[in-house]
Write a protein that binds this ligand. Structure first.
Ligand SMILES: [Zn+2]
Length: 348
């Protein structure tokens, strides 16, 4: 591994500091000096996929997909992905509901999924990791699952859906979970969902076509306006789909921040924009020119992550459009691997 690659992957997981940005700029200059073919090969090497689903056969609906861990390993090998962090998916809104109806059945389901993910990760330590699901909304149940997931199952982070039926994550009722994730400096991956309010709104249009990204945007605004982003700075939050609508709406979001300035969001509107820039953005099925351009205008290259949404979407839907947006080799490397290697040092 070249000097450039090893140093970039050594950056500490402390978010985008000024020092990190300066170092990245320095490495960018080094990468630019490489022959283009070599720089491209290095950029693609060793991708770390943070949006990739496990669909174990013990779920009826998922068994029809005929997914297996081997299928994921094979597609990773084909596209140069070194490591993948698995997580649950709703697949349909009614299945997402399984995770947060507060029932004993839901708790058992979450536990089974987490133990399944942990087994795959321990069987394939260099290739697979997992984000633990949480039995929302009961906070005591979630805190117990967080403890078990991190301390016993060695989870790489947790995942939440962007809504919990009819509540969004900035709601004060979820504060205990966020305080614990902040204490643990945990990675939190938000997966889109379709809230109960907004299912089947447009006849002939699938719920996920626009609602996934709008609900992701609601979730982030909920966290921002309730002060969670400002007050819980040590949680590393990953936003799906290149930030969904957050980058494109970021100007309007910050201009409409209504809080007692300096209390909920230090710095008011300017502070709000800074909070959004500290989020991490994975690019699954969002490597088209417009979403990538919006993401790259909002956030520095320290915040980009590789994701694919496989097997829900073919790998090609993310890989293909990526090359329509030229980017410096160091930025592409940061997106594919460098930033994730900081967040998940075991894969560095
Ligand atoms: Zn997904």
């Amino acid at each position: 591994m070249s000097e450039h690659l090893s140093k970039l992957s050594d950056l500490k997981a402390t978010g985008p500091s000024r020092r990190d940005l300066l170092r990245n700029m320095a490495f960018g200059a080094a990468a630019a000096a490489l022959p283009i073919g070599l720089a491209n090969a290095q950029a693609k090497r060793g991708r770390i996929d943070v949006h990739h689903h496990m669909m174990p056969p013990f779920i009826d609906l998922w068994s029809a997909r005929k997914w297996s861990p081997q299928q994921s390993i094979e597609i990773m090998d084909k596209f140069g992905t070194e490591s993948t962090i698995l997580s649950v998916t709703g697949l349909t809104p009614s299945y997402a509901d399984l995770f947060y109806d507060g029932s004993e059945r839901a708790k058992a389901f979450v536990r089974r999924m987490n133990e399944y993910g942990a087994k795959l990760a321990s069987d394939n330590p260099k290739r697979l990791g997992f984000f633990a699901a949480l039995p929302m909304p009961n906070q005591d149940d979630c805190l117990k699952e967080i403890e078990y997931a991190f301390d016993t199952l060695k989870a790489d982070g947790v995942t939440m859906f962007t809504d919990t039926g009819d509540k969004w994550p900035g709601d004060p009722m979820f504060r205990p979970v966020f305080q614990e994730l902040n204490r643990r400096k945990a990675v939190l991956f938000f997966h889109p969902s379709v809230p109960k309010c907004c299912r089947g709104l447009i006849p002939g249009t699938g719920d996920t076509t626009v609602e996934f990204d709008f609900d992701t945007t609601r979730a982030i605004v909920s966290l921002l306006n309730n002060g969670v982003l400002a007050q819980m700075p040590d949680i590393k939050i990953i936003v799906n789909h290149a930030g969904a609508a957050v980058p494109a709406l970021s100007g309007r979001i910050k201009d409409q921040v209504r809080n007692e300035q300096g209390k909920v969001i230090p710095g008011g509107p300017a502070g709000a924009l800074e909070e959004l820039r500290k989020l991490y953005f994975e690019v699954a099925h969002a490597t088209f020119g417009p979403p990538l351009a919006a993401m790259m205008k909002l956030a520095p290259s320290t915040q980009y992550l590789w994701g694919t949404d496989f097997p829900v979407w073919p790998y090609e839907t993310t890989v293909g459009p990526l090359y329509d947006t030229p980017m410096p080799a160091d930025v592409e490397f940061a997106l594919n691997r460098g930033n994730a290697a900081r967040l998940f040092p075991k894969f560095a």
